[in-house]
Design a protein around this ligand. Structure first.
Ligand code: ATP
Ligand code: MG
Length: 438
């Protein structure tokens, strides 16, 4: 043998995961459930690029946020022929990209838009359970509507989604709600809040000290256990709200109350992104440790104008797919593993053209059927058929083929017996292979 240097295999980037079978089937199941709900509310799919100009996120999310300060994958592209290089970033969230696209394509000119997306987001965080550097979100954005009806609608949509996934309100997830008011109200509150933070300056950690003046509201969002008492005692934004903000908040609450959606008001709920106003909400769970937020959102009426569009109200949420799947696993909600309807056992290569034509006819009729690849003993083929989970083995033996038939052997129902069917008339019996309650 010739000496060959062994090639070292490469590994995926830390915090970025491969999603492989059988796990990928759980993802598809989850996405399917979500699409079904989204469609019932009239939301339409959007897909925007993964890479955007860095400035979009700096302007949209805010400079003094975890995301922009420390988590963004930003880089300089190669220079073009004039020596100009673009500053680009992998999207850490998708709202800014959706808004950019709406402005760029004048999509908000005539009417509002109800949109949803699925996709990977990128944040350079410390990888741990429920926190990754590439993670996935499902999100909705309703643009062009003042609410509070549409605020309530996106919350109802989220709530229905969680319920249809088998998550129980109060037991597995809990809705928290707050109102961030309008910019003027936040300014008045800000002064009181800074005074409170100054009075507790010695207690504050490095992050909080730095944000105390640039973004004091975000200090209330701290996860530092030593700061919880201080944050709970801080002046509440709710006490600074004027009539219009309160009316909006009460409007949302009235709809949620009427619909029987339970929530707690959390005056400290501010969310990690700067663009929110009025309604903000999160679904939290105590089953995932400190990665307890499965879904977060709210109203962001200022963002469209901030990104260069005409002032347009908007509300939305983002749901973490990985956290949803972890939570579903934690509470024992498991989708049925997808199995084929039938498994084709083919003892000899000779009949293959005829066999594969028959399988095509089955698939055209909606039957899922897996071909046993290559030749091997009947025994091992039946073992594979059994392991596939299929309800039937289709046996294309030499005798059967000579008669122009296939033998259909039930694999799961011991009381059912084997039958034969004509290969020339597949469409007449294909339905017999489909699950009865499908
Ligand atoms: P957290 O406070 O847990 O960092 P966040 O406020 O940064 O969350 P958002 O920006 O609101 O999160 O994103 C919406 C949802 O996306 C979160 O509620 C969460 O379910 C999910 N998510 C956010 N960051 C990550 C991550 N690094 N890995 C996995 N899921 C994430
Ligand atoms: Mg975060």
């Amino acid at each position: 043998m010739t000496e060959q240097k062994k090639v070292q295999p490469l590994q995926a980037v830390k915090g970025m995961n491969d999603i492989l079978p059988p796990d990928s089937a759980r993802w598809e199941w989850l996405e399917g459930k979500m699409r079904s709900v989204l469609q019932r509310y009239g939301y339409q799919n959007v897909r925007t690029p993964i890479v955007e100009p860095t400035a979009l996120f700096v302007r949209g999310i805010g400079e003094v946020t975890d995301i922009v300060e420390k988590e963004m994958y930003a880089f300089e592209d190669r220079a073009d022929k004039h020596g100009q290089a673009e500053h680009l970033a992998l999207r850490p969230e998708m709202t800014a990209g959706v808004v950019r696209a709406m402005i760029e394509h004048s999509f908000l000119r005539d009417s509002g838009r109800r949109l949803y997306y699925f996709g990977p987001m990128f944040r350079r965080e410390k990888p741990q359970k429920g926190r990754y550097r590439q993670f996935h979100q499902m999100g909705v954005e309703a643009l062009g509507f003042n609410g509070p009806d549409v605020d309530a609608e996106v919350i109802l949509l989220g709530s229905r989604l969680l319920r249809e996934l088998g998550l129980k309100d109060g037991e597995h997830v809990r809705l928290e709600l707050n109102c961030l008011g309008a910019p003027e109200e936040r300014r008045a509150h800000r002064e009181a809040l800074i005074a409170h933070l100054e009075a507790h300056k010695d207690l504050l950690d490095e992050d909080s000290q730095r944000r105390m003046y640039s973004n004091p509201l975000r200090v209330l969002d701290t996860k530092n256990p030593a700061l919880q008492d201080m944050a709970n005692a801080a002046p509440k934004l709710l006490d600074f709200l004027g009539e219009a903000s309160l009316a909006h908040f009460n409007g949302v609450r009235a709809i949620l109350d009427a619909a029987g959606i339970a929530y707690t008001i959390n005056p400290r709920l501010v969310r990690g992104l700067d663009y929110y106003n009025l309604t903000v909400f999160e679904w939290v769970t105590d089953k995932l440790g400190s990665q307890g937020t499965v879904c977060g959102g709210g109203r962001y009426d200022g963002l469209i104008e901030q990104l260069g569009g005409k002032p347009t109200p908007a509300v939305g949420f983002g749901m973490g797919m990985e956290r949803m799947l972890l939570l579903l696993e934690e509470v024992g909600v498991a989708p049925a593993a997808p199995v084929p309807d039938a498994y084709a056992v083919v003892p000899s290569a000779q009949g293959l053209p005829q066999v594969m034509v028959a399988l095509e006819a089955l698939r055209a009729a909606g039957v899922s059927v897996v071909l046993h690849p290559g030749q091997s003993s009947m025994k091992s083929q039946f073992k594979k058929a059994d392991a596939s989970g299929a309800a039937y083995a289709l046996v294309f033996g030499e005798d059967e083929l000579a008669r122009g038939e296939v033998a259909i052997k039930p694999l799961r129902d011991a009381s059912a017996s084997q039958i034969s069917r004509s290969l020339a008339l597949v469409s007449e019996w294909a339905a017999e292979l489909l699950p009865r309650n499908a």
